[in-house]
Design a binder for this molecule. Structure first.
Ligand code: BTN
Length: 246
């Protein structure tokens, strides 16, 4: 369940704020929301464009009694949960780009930044960070270096209330995180696969400096990406979870 909800007009990053709170003992189910972020972060060290008042910048803290090594599939579980929650709100043609970018007609609608911290023997805690473009204008998003869209565009101009939207997403995330703790990735896997964006298509994987090309051949039971390369089928683990000691 949710235990605490802070809403900031301005913050550096809701993920950073929640990590600070986590280190001072904030309970599982703590939430941080902001109207804008001055240092919003995406995966792979990128910035997340975070203009005031028009989008969703949300982070949720979740504590698990087990070791961080069990969290390998959680980003796919949350991605599938996000896609389904927005589909229930009326969005169609949503797709997931492994591990958990949410796309609409091949343009980025939302991103998830999951950060986990804990001792190798457990317990651990997870910060789920969601950036969802809601009503951002072309001008506000002009510095974004990839094709993007907003939920208002995906819903055909229909505007959803931000509060209702956030409530619905938090509900869905809490249920998913709880279920993941009990059952792992299994109950989410087919739901993720139903939204797989690039299945059967040539893709490029960036592993630090290394670039690996192949055909995207789906996801494994543990959430790894299968890539068919000239050397055969290879599996890659989701690299967006950065593991740190507390
Ligand atoms: C990505 O697709 O690269 C992930 C983007 C995650 C952005 C969200 S916005 C709320 C939370 N705070 C951050 O600094 N990042 C995440």
């Amino acid at each position: 369940h949710l235990s605490r909800l802070d809403i900031h007009p301005v913050i550096d990053s809701t993920n950073e704020e929640l990590k600070r709170l986590a280190s001072t003992g904030a309970p599982s189910g703590s939430v941080c929301l902001a109207e804008c972020q001055t240092a919003g972060r995406g995966r792979r060290g990128r910035a997340w464009v975070s203009p005031f008042g028009v989008n969703v910048y949300l982070s949720l803290l979740w504590r698990y009694p087990f070791a961080p090594s069990h969290l390998g599939g959680v980003s796919l579980a949350i991605g599938a949960t996000l896609a389904e929650a927005l589909t229930r709100l009326g969005a169609q043609e949503l797709a997931l780009k492994w591990p958990n970018d949410l796309l609409w007609r091949r343009r980025k609608l939302a991103g998830l930044l999951l950060e986990v911290a804990g001792e190798s023997q457990g317990p651990c805690h997870l910060v789920v960070g969601l950036g969802l473009n809601l009503g951002m204008t072309a001008g506000q998003g002009s510095t974004i270096d990839q094709p993007w869209t907003s939920l208002e565009e995906a819903l055909g101009g229909f505007t959803v209330g931000r509060n209702a939207l956030v409530a619905c997403l938090l509900d869905a995330f809490v249920e998913a995180l709880d279920r993941y703790g009990r059952e792992g990735l299994a109950p989410f896997l087919e739901r993720w696969r139903a939204h797989d964006a690039y299945l059967g298509e040539p893709v490029r994987l960036l592993l630090g400096e290394q670039v690996i090309e192949g055909i995207h051949a789906g996801v494994a039971e543990d959430g790894a990406l299968f890539l068919d390369t000239p050397e055969g089928r290879r599996a890659f683990q989701a690299g967006e979870i950065s593991l740190r000691r507390l």
